[in-house]
Design a protein around this ligand. Structure first.
Ligand code: CP
Length: 324
């Protein structure tokens, strides 16, 4: 694993199991005094051409927790030489001479892959337009496994802007690596999941239900994955206004789901989850956000300190086999 650019690069559960194992270890061991040298002498560059709260700050937290250092640029569209016309490729070439790993968010689909194609240090896609957000996908999978033990046999319901929501584009492809997964896709007709993803999920054996209302699927849902209607992707505000209030989760609706179900959201939310739902026992979105730190600590260790990451996962497997 040199770069993390797309969920498509993960071909089996086995390929992500070690990431999940290591993230679990980081979550269970928050005595940071004993692990704060894993990224010693490493510099990570975070360059965000679009706004972010969670992804940039959880990555930076992860680096600092592991003893590394961060160079960071927010508002990169105006605060880097992109404002003078520099290409993403040239920016990446230059950063590769400064840092040991770079994390990029950019408004254009495939732009981070273009940066990676000229970089001799690892590049992580922190969101490329309406493309993907693979580390969010991995932390979503981590969160579901943390709660249910596996994703096999679960029913996942994705609601909202399935066309433009890059987080779910990654999450859904990773979920499809598991067995007997049912995926409900609830969206307005204008915001359906891209056809190529539906074709891929179907080929992988998922049961797919495309719906415009959620009434019929809430009761059977294990994971309700709410998403924001991505206002910034609309060129015509009238089209946004037509769909912005389509799905608003209230406690009355949430309580129609199984007692054991969970509600996820990559955040930020606007109005699609009422604040009253935050105290519903199914609300899992803030824990999901927190998991971003542990998952990203695992990824950074694997990319920048691979020998250490092998040691960590081997140690954990030994511990598990001794216990069993
Ligand atoms: N989930 C997510 O990508 O959040 P941010 O936009 O705040 O990084």
């Amino acid at each position: 694993m040199q770069h993390i650019l797309s969920a498509q690069q993960f071909k089996s559960q086995a390929e992500i199991n070690d990431i999940m194992t290591m993230a679990t270890l980081f979550k269970n061991n928050t005595d940071y005094s004993s692990i704060n040298t894993r990224l010693a002498n490493k510099i990570v560059a975070t360059v965000f051409f679009e706004p972010s709260t969670r992804t940039r700050l959880s990555f930076e937290t992860a680096v600092l927790r592991l003893g590394g250092k961060v160079i960071s640029c927010e508002n990169a569209q105006t605060n880097t030489s992109a404002a003078k016309g520099e290409t993403i490729e040239d920016t990446a070439r230059v950063l590769a001479g400064y840092a040991d790993l770079m994390i990029i968010r950019h408004p254009e689909k495939n732009s981070v892959a273009r940066a990676a194609s000229v970089s001799d240090i690892p590049v992580i896609n922190a969101g490329d337009g309406i493309g993907e957000h693979p580390t969010q996908g991995l932390l979503d999978i981590f969160t579901i496994i943390e709660r249910f033990g596996s994703i096999d046999n679960l029913t996942l319901t994705f609601v909202g802007d399935l066309k433009n929501g890059r987080t779910l584009h990654s999450t859904i492809q990773l979920a499809a690596l598991y067995d007997s997964v049912t995926i409900n896709l609830v969206s307005p007709a204008s915001l359906t999941l891209p056809a190529e993803l539906i074709t891929k999920l179907t080929a992988q054996g998922c049961i797919i239900n495309q719906l415009q209302t959620w009434d019929s699927c809430l009761a059977a849902t294990d994971v309700l994955y709410m998403t924001r209607i991505q206002k910034e992707r609309f060129t015509d505000i009238r089209q946004y206004n037509q769909v912005k209030n389509h799905y608003i989760l209230t406690n009355e609706l949430a309580n129609k789901m199984k007692y054991s179900s969970i509600i996820m959201h990559p955040l930020p939310r606007v109005n699609e989850i009422e604040p009253e739902v935050d105290t519903n026992h199914r609300a899992y979105y803030f824990e999901q956000g927190k998991n971003g730190v542990y998952l990203r600590m695992a990824l950074l260790t694997m990319l920048l300190n691979p020998l250490e990451s092998i040691n960590i996962t081997l140690l954990d497997k030994q511990k598990v086999s001794v216990l069993s």
